[in-house]
Design a protein around this ligand. Structure first.
Ligand code: KG4
Ligand code: ZN
Length: 342
């Protein structure tokens, strides 16, 4: 079975083709340079760029896979959550493709795609997480702790009450005059910094609280900047970055480990753009080793927004729908910009 996946929920336009758990092709057109000069994603520009990119991205996916559109058995597309204009572009492309070919159309949940990303590439030989696992989805748009007891069996354990972790790092980066996306710049600068130099707040520290809040950290960095009185450079800048990052990583790691223990999971899965962060990876690796937990972080290309995770999820959903004789999604499938998985 060959599935075409399409992802366009935010600022990555992506298409991928999966054949029975093997990724045949995977194309991502990133819009980072387009949004960088505004310091964040501009929704209207994002949807326009998707319109420009989508056909080339699809062509690229077929070229890389070495197959023709006639060889596709189903189309999976991100239905939500995300920016409505961006979602619409991918959704309409998927509908058109499925309609012309008369094959099943499957709208999937973006966060579910992230969560199951380590399971899709069955041909890679990478060790797969076993159920139940604790999923931490951490990106510019999401910070969720989700108990995964099986495909389709999710329980929300915690979520951010305000900014997502990546969004917070991006905003802190902007305050510090760093290039967009701030999370990436902070990762690099933190390497030479002292994470203990500034004691930034860790919100909601209570043992039984699994929610996150990052808006206080943002305010704290702004207050510290006013106190310093000038734009920090060199070592000062590195120390500020490392300390702010440490506050984010500390909250994420502590709560994720506690959440895993709460549901008696043996494995932690981390997905989303922030999982590229070196300090977060190191801290989780250390904590998991100490607590005897396995840590699964998919390869980088499957961590950030991508269509392979959407095609992978579509593959499971299609099998499920065929077995249960349920209907596929109709060709008037609508985008769901604010769609909670659980
Ligand atoms: O998953 P993603 O590509 O898009 C969504 O937001 O859904 O994640 C992008 C986010 C941005 O906030 C970016 O700053 C952050 O992931 N990010 C990082 C790193 N790489 C990307 N944050 C910290 N360290 C990194 N190395
Ligand atoms: Zn995402």
């Amino acid at each position: 079975m060959r599935i075409l996946g399409i992802e366009s929920s935010c600022d990555e336009c992506s298409a991928a083709i999966i054949e029975d758990g093997k990724i045949l092709s995977h194309i991502i057109a990133s819009q980072i340079p387009l949004h960088a000069k505004y310091g964040g994603v501009v929704p209207e520009l994002a949807s326009r760029a998707h319109i420009v990119d989508i056909v080339e991205v699809l062509r690229g996916a077929f070229k890389e896979a070495g197959i023709t559109p006639e060889q596709i058995d189903g189309v999976a597309v991100t239905q939500g959550p995300g920016l409505i204009g961006s979602l619409l572009v991918g959704l309409e492309a998927a509908k058109a493709f499925a309609y012309v070919r008369n094959i099943p159309l499957i709208g999937v949940h973006h966060t579910e795609g992230h969560l199951l990303a380590p399971l899709i590439d069955t041909a890679s030989g990478m060790e797969k997480p076993t159920f139940p696992f604790m999923g931490l989805v951490v990106s510019g748009g999401h910070t969720n702790l989700i108990a995964v007891r099986g495909i389709g069996q999710y329980e929300s354990i915690g979520r951010t009450l305000d900014d997502a972790a990546g969004e917070c790092l991006d905003k802190v980066g902007k305050m510090l005059g760093l290039p967009y996306p701030g999370g990436v710049a902070i990762d690099k600068l933190s390497v030479g910094g002292d994470p203990q130099k500034y004691d930034f707040p860790r919100a909601l520290p209570q043992h039984d609280n699994f929610d996150f809040s990052f808006s206080g950290l943002k305010t704290s960095v702004a207050t510290q900047l006013r106190h310093i009185g000038h734009m920090p450079e060199g070592q000062d800048l590195a120390d500020l970055c490392a300390s702010a990052l440490e506050a984010v990583v500390d909250s994420l790691a502590r709560k994720t480990i506690r959440a895993a223990k709460k549901i008696h999971a043996k494995t932690i899965v981390v997905a989303g753009g922030v999982s590229a962060n070196r300090r977060l990876r190191q801290r989780l690796a250390d904590d998991c080793a100490r607590e005897n937990l396995a840590l699964s972080i998919p390869p980088m290309k499957l961590c950030t927004d991508n269509a392979a995770m959407i095609a992978g999820l579509g593959q499971y959903r299609l099998k499920d729908l065929v077995q249960s004789h349920a209907g596929f999604d109709a060709f008037n499938l609508q985008p769901r910009p604010s769609w909670n998985l659980v």
